[in-house]
Design a protein. Sequence first.
Length: 380
Amino acid sequence: MTLIKALAKAANMTRKGPGRILSRSSATAVAMASAVALITSLGGPASAATTALHSVAATSTGFVQVCGTQLCLNGQPYVIHGATAYGAYDQPSAEISLAQEGKINTLELVEFDTEYHTLSDTMSSATWTRVDKFIAAARQAGLHVILNLSEYGQSLQAAGHTATTTDWGNYLNFIANRTNSVTGVQYKNDPTIAMVEIFGEICYPGETDSGCPAGTSGTAADMQAFFHRTETEWKALAPRILISTGGFSHLNGATSSGIPWQNIVSDPANATCDIEINSSDDLYQAIGKFTSYCKKIGKPWFLSAWSACYQDIGYPYYSATDAAMATHGQEMYYIQQGGSPAAMPAVGSDFWNLLDAGVAPGHCDLSPAFPKTWAVIQKY
């Protein structure tokens, strides 16, 4: 019996016989005790029983939660079949219709500020009214969203600040306690938000290039302290919404570019191990060691970004045809499902990017314009 089935069986016990007259707190306690008894009787480890204590309590919250090395929603397994929605924030209805056609259940909002990497716009009314409308439309359609806050870190760096030594507390408080202007629901209380990602593709320690201005990348110690501080702050503000680092890049190679990723992903505040696949080096040098470590510590992993780009000479995975893009997409979903070199199945994946931009060369926007690739997306 799987952990999820054991938890579901324990939860069902509270609905039978005397369980029907228990208070909600007492019923939850019975479910917890029953789940632990079931798991240990099946030879499950103490760690699984501990996880059960938290998982059963969350089975009817309406929020996406961690259940062992997977995610669950209302006591059922929840797999993220996701995509970024960049470029579609002003047309949420059209984007959601496209997502539904592709059988996508989660849309990631990334680079959603109305002014590109401008610090003064990160908490502006223009930015967040637009986000409000998108989340409201997703909520009405029964979809989930992931809020990717990377642009705040990038805006800090563009302004000359070191993002990892800056306390993000005010920004996180602004988001968690914001009341959606369409739904009237505070962000911290909105189960539409499956997860918040802090800073995907974070600059490695000492990195200097166009995206990482000199002096703004910080040290390895700065990075580790940053993720611990920021994720802990979010958990205090919005304990029902998952928080994760955002997808790591630069982990290929023996030194992982100096990123102390093991210490970061194992932090108790961090919900999932997030990594991106943007090159063959990512695939063959990073995925195996990353997912093996997360399996060892009993933490789920999330393939937080992959792309199938059409005739884009600047992207490491070059695809000249729709058929080649489809093959690449199949490989990414195979890895998501635990295929080699992944050590276990992921909680899902996001691809960049869901948008109907036609078939002009040089972009990574996926839609029915690429019928073979679209069929792969619909299949998974």
